[in-house]
Design a protein around this ligand. Structure first.
Ligand SMILES: [Zn+2]
Length: 386
């Protein structure tokens, strides 16, 4: 939906959605909206902005967030009987294929229901959205595993029509903790996945919620590791065989130490790329050696540096490279780390006078950076247009 809708009331939002769908269909005769007539679908097709990646209709992902703000009265009636007719099925396929939001689909159903009373009122009923999940209890919270194959199933099914008998994918994983509220310690620990080169949006594979991070690493990763093992020899979708390997696990330093079962980044032997023990200087751990021996995937699996390992990581049971498969976290290390520190020293109050730069120089650099940003955006747009 458009950005302007974020600040309006729910009733107004609903009216706007209904109005927009009405506009889509104003040129159509009501009687023309039928399964046999593809005109309506073709017209709507141009209005739908396809999402970066099509999720399964029952994924419970971002579309559900929108639905929460739509209308609380629109409860999902799982028991509602939808006649097995072509119109409902076609609408379901169309909405899934184009990633139509639940708000737009519900508004469309409101209109169509006048002419086709058997259609459900709510989009989630039409899409048969799964609303009940068997949430598992872990030691320190609740956990639900959505699954890699399940979350990417729609994508794989679409691909079966265009790929050869076999096809390989690389999966990027992301694991991190994020606080839910400022006033409490409740936090989410999602496991996200993205198919390298195919999807632009990460997909939720698993979600943990608790008052602290998962106490048991093996319980937290158990389902993921089991599925990765089961997919190691490939899996079949519509007669085509797909192979999926994890290319990288992207985490910030604390999450990386957690999932690898190693010392924290601020501890002795905490560097996960080299074996130098570290030196404690000015209340912080430093790793000053530039030519220390590097850790390798093999040396990690053999736990050659005992001071580095705290516990066994379930990822060791998979083909994920335990050193090269855990890249440095660019955002925290460079953007929010080194660069912010340098900027503080150059223009902030904490820098020494001899390292600070004048306000004239700051303005000059700032102007050049702004100009570069414009140039970058221009190149980006030209690249997209090409
Ligand atoms: Zn190092």
């Amino acid at each position: 939906m458009e950005r302007e809708n974020w600040n309006i009331t729910r009733s107004n939002l609903r009216k706007k959605a209904v109005k927009r769908v009405n506009q889509l269909f104003q040129s159509l005769n009501d009687e023309d909206i039928s399964v046999e007539d593809n005109t309506a679908e073709n017209n709507v097709e141009h209005e739908v902005v396809a999402s970066g990646f099509d999720l399964p209709s029952n994924s419970g992902s971002e579309s559900n967030e929108e639905s929460e703000s739509f209308d609380e009265d629109n409860h999902v009636d799982q028991e509602e009987d939808i006649p097995n007719n072509d119109l409902a099925g076609c609408l379901r396929d169309w909405a899934t294929h184009f990633g139509v939001s639940l708000i737009a689909l519900s508004a469309l159903l409101t209109i169509l229901k006048f002419h086709h009373p058997f259609l459900p009122k709510d989009a989630r009923t039409l899409l048969k959205t799964q609303t009940c999940h068997s949430v598992a209890s872990l030691a320190s919270g609740s956990f639900y595993y959505f699954g890699i194959q399940k979350m990417f199933s729609h994508f794989f099914e679409k691909l079966t029509s265009v790929v050869q008998n076999q096809h390989s994918f690389k999966l990027q994983l992301n694991i991190d903790g994020l606080p839910v509220f400022k006033s409490s310690g409740i936090q989410f620990w999602p496991i996200l996945g993205m198919l390298q080169g195919y999807s632009r949006k990460p997909v939720l594979i698993a979600l943990f919620c608790g008052n602290s991070k998962p106490q048991s690493l093996s319980e937290y990763l158990n389902n993921l590791i089991c599925e990765l093992k089961s997919m190691s020899t490939g899996f079949v979708v519509n007669g085509k065989t797909f192979f999926l390997t994890v290319s990288s696990v992207i985490c910030d330093a604390p999450a990386r130490a957690f999932v690898k079962g190693i010392k924290s980044h601020n501890g002795y032997s905490g560097c996960d790329k080299c074996v130098q023990p570290g030196i404690y200087i000015n209340n912080r751990m430093t790793f000053p050696e530039l030519d220390a021996n590097v850790r390798t995937d093999i040396s990690f699996l053999n736990a050659e540096d005992e001071d580095h390992h705290l516990k066994h990581s379930p990822f060791c049971e998979t083909s994920v490279p335990m050193v090269s498969g855990f890249p440095h976290d660019y955002m925290h290390l460079v953007c929010l780390g080194v660069m912010r520190r340098l900027l503080d020293l150059w223009v902030g109050a904490c820098g020494k006078l001899r390292s600070r730069i004048s306000s004239t120089q700051v303005k000059l650099i700032s102007d050049k950076l702004v100009a570069l940003r414009s140039l970058y955006l221009q190149n980006l747009l030209e690249g997209q247009g090409a």
